[in-house]
Design a protein around this ligand. Structure first.
Ligand code: DGP
Length: 140
């Protein structure tokens, strides 16, 4: 079994609420969301850092991030989104991941990644993951 938690989610060996499952990229809910709908966009192939990511996959990651950001508007009522990627420094999982965080005006977010909440139940998370997946524009 893979060591990396994101590889295990990809392989179905660890729980994860998937919102995108495409050829080169997957996306799933962050287990410690800043706000409900906070999504991680991840290259399917295990790549630890941005420097190791090939251009086509980097483009695919960014494109999925763009589409998830748009989907968060109808899915969770976001006004906008915050996209961020910790590359080595502050990167707690050694598999490239783009954070897509739903934002609302005056949502009180002062720093970038705190404070974190939790989903009340797996059902709540599943519902939000399904709403994002259903709101995604098709892959171009
Ligand atoms: P960073 O600190 O930028 O490397 O973000 C890593 C994110 O990964 C952090 O926001 C929490 C999330 N995370 C860590 N472990 C798991 C997990 O097992 N499942 C999910 N869905 N997210 C995880």
């Amino acid at each position: 079994m893979a060591q990396c938690i994101f590889d295990r989610i990809r392989d179905g060996d660890a729980p994860g609420h998937l919102v995108v499952d495409e050829a080169d990229v997957i996306a799933f809910l962050d287990a410690r969301p800043l706000f409900p709908g906070h999504t991680l966009v991840v290259p399917r192939r295990h790549v630890a850092t941005l420097a190791e990511l090939d251009e086509a996959t980097a483009s695919a990651v960014w494109d999925v991030g763009r589409r998830v950001a748009a989907a968060l508007r109808p899915a969770v009522g976001a006004d906008g989104a915050f996209l961020a990627l910790n590359d080595e420094v502050s990167q707690s999982v050694a598999h490239v991941h783009l954070h897509v965080v739903p934002r609302r005006r005056k949502d009180g977010l002062r720093g970038f990644f705190w404070p974190r909440g939790r989903y009340e139940t797996p059902e709540e998370a599943a519902k939000i993951a399904a709403a994002i997946a259903a709101s995604l524009a098709p892959q171009s």
